[in-house]
Design a protein around this ligand. Structure first.
Ligand SMILES: Nc1nc2c(c(=O)[nH]1)N[C@H]1C(S)=C(S)[C@@H](COP(=O)(O)OP(=O)(O)OC[C@H]3O[C@@H](n4cnc5c(=O)[nH]c(N)nc54)[C@H](O)[C@@H]3O)O[C@H]1N2
Ligand SMILES: Nc1nc2c(c(=O)[nH]1)N[C@H]1C(S)=C(S)[C@@H](COP(=O)(O)OP(=O)(O)OC[C@H]3O[C@@H](n4cnc5c(=O)[nH]c(N)nc54)[C@H](O)[C@@H]3O)O[C@H]1N2
Ligand SMILES: [Mo]
Length: 765
C-alpha cells in the first residue's frame, strides 16, 4: 500500500551526525571561497564552473538565480559579481547529472519520498517530461504534446475556472510570468498564488498603504551614502551575501550600522570581502556598530520605544523631527502622536527584551542622524503583526524625513531573484483593476475582477475540494507552505498536480490523482528558439530591470523554456477560443516584451532599453516624494503592541534558513556561520531555557505546537545551546513547517507567521 500524502510530505526524521562548535567571529573571506569551490567541484564540470563564474551578474551575462540583491550600476568585479551562495545556487542548477525515465523506473514515488531533501536535490536535473497515472507507483515518460493535452483536458473539464490554482515561484522571468498570468486570466480565474504571499507580501501591503508603492525606495548608491543603516530581521551573510559589500562601503564612508536580530548572526558582526585580496590577509571590517539582541517579535515594541523617546526629545528641543517634511508630505501625524502617547516607554522596552544600554546606543545614532535606511527581510514579514512591523518602521523614517532623499529610505530585501518582477508584470491574485482594464483593452477579453486565492486560501480550497487542479510554475509548494500535513491532504485531493521544474523536489511526490513533471531550462542555460537565441529579463530588489542570458548548453535536449511551456499549455487549453497568438510568443520573446510595454506602466520601449548593459530603473514615486496613496501623502499609521502570553513551558520558535540551503533546496548539511555541522534536525535554545527543562546539549527532543486547539508534532531534533534570547528558539525551514499553523498569518497580507510559532519542547524517551 502506498504511504499517505501526509507521510510523503514530511522530511525523514533520521539524524546525520551533528557536530557543533562556537560560531565564527568573522564571515566570508577564505572560508567562503573554499566552501563554494567544494560545492562547485563536487557537482559541476570545471569548464562550466569557470564559464559561469566569469559571467555571473555581469553586464550581458546571466542574472544569478540566487537572491534578488542588485548589481552595481557601474563598476562590477572582473570575476563576476560573485558570492559563495550564488555559486552554490549555480552548482545546484548546472550540476552535471540528469535524471530521466530510467531513474523513475528504478524508484517508486514512495521510495523517493524516503530520500532526505538533500538527497532528492542531488538526484540530478530533470531531463524529460514525466507522468504519474492514477493509482500508479512510478512516474513514466510522456511526450510534451500529450502532457499539454492532459493539462488542457483537465482544465477544460472543471465546472468553472476558479477550480484551478496557478502558483509561481520567484525565479520565473518577466517574459514567462507575464504570459503565465495572461493565460490564467484568459482561462478565467485570478487564482495566482505565489511565493511572495509567503515572503514580502506584508512589506508590499504596508508600503503601498503608507508610501503608495509596494517596493523599496532606495538605490544601491543610497546605501553607500546613508548615515545609518538598520538591518532588521535579516541575515545577509547567508541570504544576500553581496549586500555585505554594500554595507562595508557604507561604513568606509562613515556610515553606522545597527543590526536588530534575536541571533548574533556572524555576518552582521564582521565581514571579509572574498574579492578583496588585501582584506583577506588583514582581516575584515567590523560591520554592526550596535547589535540589538531583540526578542522574537519584539520589533514593534522596540521601535515604539525609540519613537517615544524621539517625541520626548522633540518636545524638549524642537529640532528632532523633520517638520518641513511632515507638513509638506505626510498625513495622519496627529493621530499617530496621540496614539503613541498612550504607550509607556518602560513597558515597550521591556517587551522588546533589549537592555537600556543597547537601547541608548541605538537611540543616539537615530537621534543624531538624518539619512537613515531600513533594510529588512523575513524576520519582520513572517509574523501575525508583520504589516505593523513595517508600518512602525515607516513611522520612524517619516518623522526623520528619511524618505525620498539621498542616503535614506526603505529597503525590503527581496528573496527570489525575480520575485519583484513577477509581481510587477501581473502575478497577483489581487491585481489592481487598472491593470486588468489594460489587459482587456489590449487583448479583448475581460479578466475576472474577483480577487483570487493566495497561498493560504489555495491550500484551504484544495483541502475542501474546491480547487481540483494545481499548477506550479517553479517552486516546491509542499515544502514551502505551512502546516505540511493539512497542505499535503489538499494536494492529494486534487485531480491533477503539475510542476514546471528544473530539479526533483518533494512537491513531485505529494501528488493529486494524476501528476505531471514538466522539466524546463534554467537561468544558466542557453535558450534557442525559432528566431534565434533568446534573452529574458528580471527586476531586482531595487527596481532595476535587466537582461539575463544563459551561457551553458542545456543539460538535456528534451527541455523547454518556461515561456514555451506556458505557450504550449495555453494553446492546448484555450485552442480556438483564445484571443492571444500563443504560439508566436515562444518563437521570439521580443514580442512578449512589446506586449508588456503596452500593458505594464514603466516598460515603454522595453526592447530598446533592455539593451542598456546595466538595465533600466522602473518609476518609483516614494523615491521622489510622490506618494501614490489614497491621501496623496505619505501616511503615518497606528500600530498596536502585540500581546504575548506564553505559558511557562512554551517558547516562540522562528523557522530560519541555514547557510547551506536555498529555501527548500538543501545544498549541504552545515550551517558554518552558526557553528553547526552535518545536521539539520536541530533546535537552537537559550541555555537557561534548556536548564529549566533539564535538557542537555545535543539531547534528542520532540516539538509540539498547539494553535486554536489543534496539536501539531515534529519529532527528533537535537538541542543546540545558543546565544538567543530567553523564551525564543530557532529551527530550520522546511523541517518544522509541519508545526506552522495554517491559520496563523499576517493580518491583511496573509503571510504565514512562520517566525512566531508557539511550541513546547519535550525530551524524547
Ligand atoms: N543562500 C540563500 N539565499 C537566499 C535564500 C536562501 O534560502 N538561501 N532565500 C531567499 C529568499 S526567498 C528570501 S525571502 C531571503 C530570506 O532572507 P532572510 O530573511 O535573511 O532569511 P531567514 O533565514 O528567514 O532569516 C530571517 C532572519 O530574521 C531573524 N528574525 C527572526 N525573527 C525575528 C524577529 O521577530 N525580529 C527580528 N528583528 N529578527 C528576526 C532571524 O534570526 C534571521 O536572522 O533570502 C533569499 N536568499
Ligand atoms: N517555515 C518557513 N516556511 C517558509 C519560509 C520560512 O522562512 N519559513 N520562507 C518562505 C519564503 S520567503 C519563500 S520565498 C518560499 C519559497 O517557496 P518556493 O519558491 O516554492 O520554493 P523554492 O525552494 O525556492 O523552490 C525550489 C524549486 O524550484 C525549482 N526551480 C529552481 N529554479 C527554477 C527555474 O529556473 N524554473 C523553474 N520552473 N523551476 C525552478 C526547482 O525544481 C526547485 O526544487 O518558502 C516560504 N516558506
Ligand atoms: Mo522569499
Amino acid at each position: 500500500m502506498s504511504s499517505s500524502a501526509k507521510d510523503k510530505a514530511k522530511t525523514p526524521e533520521g539524524f546525520t551526525n551533528l557536530k557543533t562548535e562556537a560560531p565564527p567571529k568573522n564571515t566570508v573571506g577564505f572560508g567562503a571561497l573554499k566552501a563554494a569551490a567544494i560545492q562547485v567541484n563536487k557537482y559541476m564540470k570545471a569548464s562550466d564552473a569557470l564559464k559561469l563564474s566569469l559571467k555571473i551578474n555581469q553586464k550581458g551575462g546571466f542574472d544569478c538565480p540566487g537572491c534578488a540583491w542588485p548589481d552595481p550600476d557601474d563598476e562590477r568585479s572582473a570575476i563576476g559579481e560573485y558570492c559563495e551562495n550564488g555559486m552554490k545556487a549555480i552548482a545546484e542548477e548546472a550540476q552535471n547529472k540528469t535524471i530521466n525515465r530510467d531513474f523513475f523506473a528504478k524508484y517508486s514515488v514512495d521510495e523517493l519520498a524516503n530520500f532526505t531533501d538533500f538527497e532528492i536535490g542531488k538526484s540530478g536535473r530533470l531531463a524529460e517530461p514525466m507522468f504519474l497515472p492514477e493509482g500508479a507507483t512510478h512516474y513514466q515518460s510522456i511526450s510534451w504534446e500529450a502532457a499539454f493535452e492532459k493539462v488542457g483536458s483537465h482544465l477544460n473539464a472543471l465546472n468553472n475556472p476558479d477550480e484551478a490554482a496557478f502558483y509561481t515561484s520567484g525565479r520565473t522571468t518577466n517574459e514567462a510570468a507575464f504570459l503565465y498570468q495572461l493565460f490564467v486570466r484568459e482561462f478565467g480565474t485570478s487564482n495566482l498564488p505565489d511565493c511572495s504571499n509567503m515572503c514580502h507580501e506584508a512589506s508590499g501591503s504596508a508600503l503601498t498603504e503608507t508610501l503608495g508603492i509596494g517596493k523599496g525606495s532606495v538605490k544601491l548608491d543610497d546605501l553607500y551614502k546613508a548615515e545609518v543603516v538598520m538591518v532588521i530581521g535579516q541575515n545577509p551573510a547567508t541570504n544576500h551575501p553581496r549586500m555585505l559589500s554594500a554595507l562595508e562601503k557604507c561604513k568606509n564612508n562613515g556610515g553606522k550600522i545597527i543590526a536588530i536580530n534575536p541571533l548574533p548572526e556572524a555576518g552582521l558582526i564582521k565581514f571579509t570581502d572574498p574579492q578583496n585580496p588585501i582584506k583577506l590577509l588583514t582581516g575584515g571590517t567590523k560591520l554592526a556598530d550596535v547589535f540589538v539582541p531583540i526578542t522574537i517579535n519584539g520589533d514593534v515594541a522596540f521601535i515604539k520605544a525609540i519613537l517615544l523617546k524621539l517625541l520626548e526629545k522633540e518636545e524638549e528641543l524642537g529640532n528632532v523631527f523633520d517638520k518641513h517634511f511632515i507638513e509638506e508630505y505626510t498625513s495622519d501625524y496627529n493621530a499617530f502622536v496621540a496614539d503613541l502617547k498612550t504607550y509607556n516607554f518602560d513597558e515597550c522596552l521591556k517587551a522588546s527584551g533589549v537592555s537600556v544600554d543597547i537601547f541608548n546606543q541605538t537611540f543616539d545614532l537615530i537621534l543624531n542622524n538624518e539619512k537613515i535606511i531600513v533594510c529588512w527581510a523575513m524576520g519582520l514579514t513572517q509574523h501575525e503583526n508583520a504589516v505593523d512591523n513595517i508600518r512602525e518602521l515607516v513611522n520612524l523614517l517619516l518623522l526623520k524625513g528619511s524618505i525620498g532623499k539621498e542616503g535614506a529610505g526603505t529597503c525590503p530585501v527581496r528573496g527570489h531573484s525575480n520575485v519583484q518582477g513577477d509581481r510587477t508584470v501581473g502575478i497577483w491574485e489581487a491585481a489592481p483593476q487598472a491593470f486588468l482594464d489594460k489587459i482587456e483593452t489590449k487583448y479583448g477579453f475581460k479578466p475576472s475582477a474577483k480577487h483570487g486565492f493566495s497561498v493560504i486560501e489555495t491550500i484551504k480550497a484544495m483541502y475542501e475540494k474546491k480547487v481540483k487542479v494545481f499548477f506550479g510554475l517553479g517552486g516546491n509548494f509542499i515544502s514551502a507552505v505551512p502546516d505540511t500535513g493539512y497542505s499535503a491532504q489538499g494536494l492529494a485531493n486534487c485531480n491533477l498536480t503539475v510542476h514546471v521544474s528544473t530539479k526533483l523536489n518533494r512537491s513531485h511526490l505529494v501528488t493529486g490523482k494524476e501528476a505531471l513533471i514538466l522539466p524546463c531550462l534554467g537561468r544558466t542555460e542557453k535558450d534557442y528558439q525559432k528566431s534565434g537565441e533568446q534573452v529574458q529579463s528580471v527586476e531586482n530588489s531595487m527596481g532595476v530591470v535587466s537582461s539575463t542570458k544563459g551561457i551553458l548548453e542545456p543539460c538535456s535536449d528534451d527541455l523547454l523554456s518556461e515561456v514555451a511551456v506556458v505557450c504550449g499549455v495555453a494553446h492546448a487549453t484555450l485552442k480556438h477560443k483564445t484571443k492571444v497568438k500563443w504560439l508566436s510568443y515562444k518563437d521570439d520573446y521580443k514580442l512578449v516584451r512589446d506586449d508588456i510595454a503596452e500593458v505594464v506602466s514603466g516598460f515603454e520601449d522595453y526592447n530598446t532599453r533592455l539593451k542598456n548593459p546595466s538595465g533600466f530603473y522602473l518609476p518609483n514615486g516614494a523615491r521622489v516624494r510622490k506618494f501614490n496613496t489614497k491621501t496623496g501623502k505619505a501616511n503615518f499609521s497606528v500600530n498596536k503592541l502585540p500581546e504575548w502570553k506564553l505559558k511557562d513551558d512554551e517558547l516562540i520558535m522562528m523557522t530560519i534558513r541555514s547557510h547551506d540551503q536555498f529555501n527548500t533546496t538543501i545544498y549541504g548539511l552545515d550551517d558554518r556561520y552558526r557553528g553547526v555541522f552535518n545536521e539539520r534536525r536541530i533546535i537552537f535554545m537559550n541555555r537557561e531555557d534548556m536548564e529549566v527543562r533539564g535538557l542537555k546539549e545535543h539531547q534528542v527532543v520532540n516539538l509540539k505546537s498547539e494553535f486554536k486547539g489543534v496539536k501539531r508534532h515534529a519529532n527528533n531534533f537535537k538541542v543546540v545551546g545558543y546565544d538567543i534570547p530567553k523564551n525564543c528558539c530557532a529551527t530550520y525551514f522546511p523541517e518544522t513547517n509541519v508545526l506552522v499553523p495554517l491559520d496563523s498569518f499576517a493580518h491583511t497580507a496573509k503571510t504565514p507567521a512562520s517566525k512566531s510559532v508557539v511550541i513546547t519542547v519535550e525530551a524524547s524517551v
